[in-house]
Design a protein around this ligand. Structure first.
Ligand SMILES: C[S@@+](CC[C@H](N)C(=O)[O-])C[C@H]1O[C@@H](n2cnc3c(N)ncnc32)[C@H](O)[C@@H]1O
Length: 247
């Protein structure tokens, strides 16, 4: 996942400077943090770079070398430096403790099952300083329709056309998972020069279920917010739900 064309599309579609409200929200919620912040699954640096620009010290890691290449390039363009490295949320280990660990944009839904989710968040708990905090977003796949196909196009800096087809293939209400099939094709002068296929699985959580998961791990002072409005409890299933919890 997030291989060469999909990383390119992510960077074209959501360049540094783009926000779903998350950039402003995370930046404001972190205002009392003076120490190091970690962003697992940092991607292209879309959140990391604005946080660095606000004066925060942020490390980031990602599983995808291609996303990290864009992140390093975006850092250079922003004249910023940060410790960004390749690691997997499932096996991440470091001597460093963090004052905050953040996972915006529903990225956590990419973790395929609950046992892995539990182990990953427990591991993040162990990488927090005492009184450190985790801030993490989830969402519900309310607009998923089995069989729906959507199609988008992009042009890259070399003038190539990229077509991107998303097919919403399966929703499993028992396992709380969705599977979509992604197809990317890159076209130069009317010829398809590269294609990429991706099986995109998301695993969702209920609001109280996720709160229990955090409590089981030992987190306290859990605050639930909707659509990046602090302490506004969700009222609508389409909202992004943010959990903030203290070690
Ligand atoms: C939706 S992007 C989000 C990037 C960035 N956080 C942002 O908000 O723009 C999801 C990222 O998660 C990364 N990722 C997926 N599974 C991962 C894992 N197990 N460990 C580390 N990174 C992972 C992908 O490579 C991708 O860069």
């Amino acid at each position: 996942m997030y291989n060469s064309i999909s990383a390119e599309v992510y960077n074209l579609d959501k360049p540094i400077g783009s926000s779903f409200g998350d950039v402003e929200y995370y930046s404001s919620r972190l205002s009392r943090v003076k120490g190091r912040i970690l962003e697992p699954a940092v991607g292209t640096g879309r959140i990391l770079i604005p946080l660095l620009e606000k004066g925060y010290t942020v490390d980031g890691f990602d599983l995808s070398e291609e996303m990290l290449d864009y992140c390093r390039d975006n850092l250079k363009k922003a004249y910023k430096e940060a410790n960004v490295f390749r690691a997997d949320m499932e096996t991440f280990q470091s001597e460093q403790l963090y004052e905050a660990i953040i996972i915006p944009t529903g990225t956590f839904l990419l973790i395929s099952d609950e046992e892995k989710a539990f182990n990953i968040i427990s591991n993040f708990y162990n990488h927090l300083e005492s009184d450190g905090r985790i801030i993490i977003d989830i969402f519900l796949p309310t607009d998923f329709v089995e069989g729906k196909s959507t199609y988008r196009t992009f042009s890259n800096t070399q003038g190539d056309l990229i077509t991107f087809q998303i097919t919403e293939s399966e929703i499993n209400y028992i396992e709380q998972t969705t599977i979509s099939h992604h197809r990317y094709d890159k076209w130069k002068e009317g010829k398809c020069i590269e294609s990429e296929f991706e099986v995109f699985k998301l695993k969702w959580y209920g609001v109280k279920e996720f709160k229990r998961l955090l409590m089981q791990i030992g987190f306290k002072d859990i605050v639930i917010s909707a659509d990046y409005k602090y302490k506004q409890y969700p009222t609508n299933p389409n909202q992004v739900i943010t959990f903030e919890a203290v070690k």
